[in-house]
Write a protein that binds this ligand. Sequence first.
Ligand code: PNS
Length: 165
Amino acid sequence: MTRAVCPGSFDPVTNGHLDIVRRAAAIFDELVVATGTNPSKSRLFEPDERLAMLREVCADLPNVTVMGFTGLIVDFCREIDAPAIVKGLRGGNDYEYELPMAQMNQHLTGVETVFLPTHASWGYVSSSLVKEVASLGGDVSSLVPPAVHARLVARLAARAGDEVR
Ligand code: PNS
């Protein structure tokens, strides 16, 4: 049985992420979607909220579980006995960013990284852009699952309310 880990910030999970999760779940026996926090990115949702959204949108995938992690991703992979990490690649910038991490992770514990090309429909979609566009009033409803869209709109409205107070 081969278990793989699909790590990310998922702040919030987008349709692009979900496409990678579904396709990875069709390749591996078990897929663990793992939410971590990237300190260099600004955060809109707390870890427990990101976990809840992921669990909701992955509920129909029987071989997918969702977990949070802290520390090194390779240590998490070892803890849950997963020999592989899956990452989606939208293009050259993603490759440049992901390649040294994949090589470092392979060096540290031997965990392998499998890259899946993002489907062309989602090549321009990122959580950061979704948040930016939504915060300025743009329609991102086709870019994230409906449950995520509802939470995103509510969070941004609450934040805008806080700012005018
Ligand atoms: O692609 P993202 O969303 O920025 O990924 C965030 C996350 C938390 C998955 C990533 O930053 C990560 O794997 N952090 C764990 C720390 C770690 O293992 N660092 C060394 C990588 S070689």
